[in-house]
Design a protein around this ligand. Structure first.
Ligand code: NDP
Length: 318
């Protein structure tokens, strides 16, 4: 029996990016009557982007916030119970599982789909926030196309930075890879690719100090970045159109770690080819379990898989 503050559901979905909403669409159409808590950032990382041109089905492209509104509306059309709020605590020690939300509710769930995503790490400069979505991005695959034939900067020295720099080098005239040390952290193979790409210039031992740009009405654009060499203190202005931050992501898995296996950096481990976690009945979809692809369409794909797996699991319990 559900009481005012305790509710039961066949399927609790935590998170509201493309993974969470797609899971809701599938779970609701399977009559699981899912409850979805949207989390800290309703709509997820895509609400921070402007244009989205690579999600199939939008020949003219769309924008991130609109796409998330569309996905939410589609989930609501099938009677998903979508709520503004955060799940703050879970108990996966036995099924049904328990989750507490910041609206005071306790949800008793037969299955749980974790779709809490990952948060891009930012450098923290005020100018980085000012131009976010207007030349500043944390995703080359998403936004690189807008800088075709132009000059861009990538910041970071890991595999993501190396991958983003080589991806952008195929589209852009020139890529400056700014790294705070004098050697890359990326795998040897990736380092080799970066160092052998003629239009990537390494800017070693350096950190960005300020992104410069122009504002005209509501339109803003990046024009340059001021970079400082941490060893010599020397400053350099680099003219660019795009600024890509690739200093890592933090998967939003903290509240699940007591029960759910994660890798060394916190990404939830799922069974290959599945969204199943180490706890039967708990599934993980989207960026919280994917550090490799991190795309809206792959997140939506795993959201679909999670809902189907939850439905099949419930079917086997009857
Ligand atoms: P990493 O944590 O590996 O690298 C982050 C990079 O950003 C480091 O070079 C670090 O510098 C730099 N950095 C961190 N903070 C700052 C800061 N405040 N200012 C300037 N620079 C900063 O993150 P990645 O996203 O690259 O990779 C995460 C994981 O995913 C890794 O395990 C990686 O191997 C994996 N991955 C694998 C891929 C693949 O297999 N195809 C593709 C992408 C990622 P420093 O080196 O000095 O610490």
């Amino acid at each position: 029996m559900s009481t005012e503050n305790t509710e039961k559901t066949q399927c609790l979905i935590i998170g509201s990016g493309p993974a969470g909403y797609t899971a809701a669409i599938y779970a609701a159409r399977a009559d699981l009557k899912p409850i979805l808590y949207q989390g800290l950032q309703p709509g997820g990382q895509l609400t921070e982007t402007t244009e989205v041109e690579n999600f199939p089905g939008y020949p003219e492209g769309t924008n991130g916030p609109q796409m998330m509104e569309d996905l939410k509306a589609q989930a609501e059309r099938f009677e998903s119970d979508i709520r503004w709020g955060i799940i703050t605590e879970v108990d996966f020690s036995q099924r049904p599982f328990t989750a507490k939300a910041d609206d005071g509710k306790t949800i008793i769930a037969e299955t749980v789909i974790i779709a809490t995503g990952a948060t891009a790490r930012w450098l923290g400069m005020p100018s980085e926030a000012e131009y976010n979505g207007y030349g500043v991005s944390a995703c080359a695959t998403c936004d690189g196309y807008f800088y075709k034939g132009k000059d861009v900067v990538v910041v970071g020295g890991g595999d993501t930075a190396a991958e983003e720099a080589t991806y952008l080098a195929k589209l852009c005239k020139k890529v400056y890879l700014i790294h705070r040390r004098d050697e890359l952290r990326a795998s040897k193979a990736m380092q080799k690719r970066v160092l052998n790409t003629p239009n990537i210039e390494m800017v070693w031992d350096s950190v960005p100090k300020e992104i410069l740009g122009e504002t005209e009405g509501f339109a803003k654009k990046v024009t340059a970045v001021m970079v400082e060499n941490v060893k010599t203190g020397e400053k350099r202005k680099i003219d660019i159109d795009g600024f890509f931050v690739a200093i890592g992501h933090k998967p939003n898995s903290d509240i699940f770690k007591e029960y759910i296996d994660v890798n060394e950096v916190g990404y939830i481990k799922t069974v290959p080819g599945s969204t199943a976690t180490n706890v039967e009945g708990v599934y993980a979809a989207g960026d919280v379990q994917d550090h490799v692809f991190r795309q809206a369409v792959t997140a939506a794909g795993t959201g679909c898989m999670a809902a189907i797996e939850a439905e099949r699991f419930l079917g086997m319990q009857e």
